[in-house]
Ligand binder design. Sequence first.
Ligand SMILES: Cc1cc2nc3c(=O)[nH]c(=O)nc-3n(C[C@H](O)[C@H](O)[C@H](O)COP(=O)(O)O)c2cc1C
Length: 307
Amino acid sequence: MSVGVDLTTYVAGLKLKHPVMNSSGILGSTPEHVERLFKYGVSAVVSKTMTKGFRVGHEPPIIIALEGEGLLNSVGLANPGISGIPPIVRKAKELNIPVIVSVGGSEVQEFIDVASVAEESGADAVELNLSCPHTKGYGIDIGSDPNNVYEVVKAVSSTIKIPVLAKLGLSDNVVKSAGKALEGGAKALTLINTVKSVAIDVFSCKPVFKNVYGGLSGTPIHPIAVRVVYDVYKELKPEIVGVGGVSDWKTAAEMILAGSSAVQIGTAFILKDSRKLVHDIVEGLKEWLIKLGLKNICEAIGLTHKA
Ligand SMILES: Cc1cc2nc3c(=O)[nH]c(=O)nc-3n(C[C@H](O)[C@H](O)[C@H](O)COP(=O)(O)O)c2cc1C
């Protein structure tokens, strides 16, 4: 049925056999995770955000399931630190799958140090996490200020040779931050991270998370993520990796039409049958392209802006 439809896509100079990868924080912390993601059929592996030192993250609870297909997490960037990067990259190389290392930091030098380890380890690209909403001093605390975005992206891009993607989150400044990331040397943008949220226990009357804030993900944020991709693409036409509530071919197709060259999946890997997810999305996208009369996924990128 779908013979002749080409799903090959390009992000930050990486050639991907189809547009579906995992998002950072979902099975990207160990070589075993990389192996599982490979079996699930992703076109590239994205690592958990790595900081320079080991981080335990926040005290439990760290994840709450919501009604429907949403999650709230306050993991607090728990990760093994830079020593965790080489084994992940090595495993991806062994499996011959592109690997993007997600890089976190609380200051410019930490971003540079972690990104340099990723490059030395053989990573194909780095994704700068400028958008985690629940870890003080990291993520959105940096990424909601366009000047900080520029400073971090510029510093990393001028230190390493592999492509840099900037992962931004929801903020009033997102289009401006996107522009500054590109000006600083980002080859592509990953949009968006989880959305800053609070859950309250109605009997203890306290916030559920010790850290108060969590990040909302999954189906409930999908239209918000599509809106951000749409606005950034309309204004700047960059290469975008769309992320937020992608759970089937239709939600992936929406991201592509809004301007994404590829998509990432987080929450759906936790809430749905991970073994079939990528395969079903890829097959669904092929059928969809045929119905649109297109032969190539690249022809569908940003098509809504021309419709
Ligand atoms: C449990 C969990 C951990 C996450 N950890 C990270 C992380 O380390 N770095 C990052 O950039 N995003 C992280 N995210 C955000 C996801 O990568 C993604 O941007 C977000 O969940 C929206 O996509 P989704 O709706 O498909 O889950 C995490 C999300 C979840 C649910």
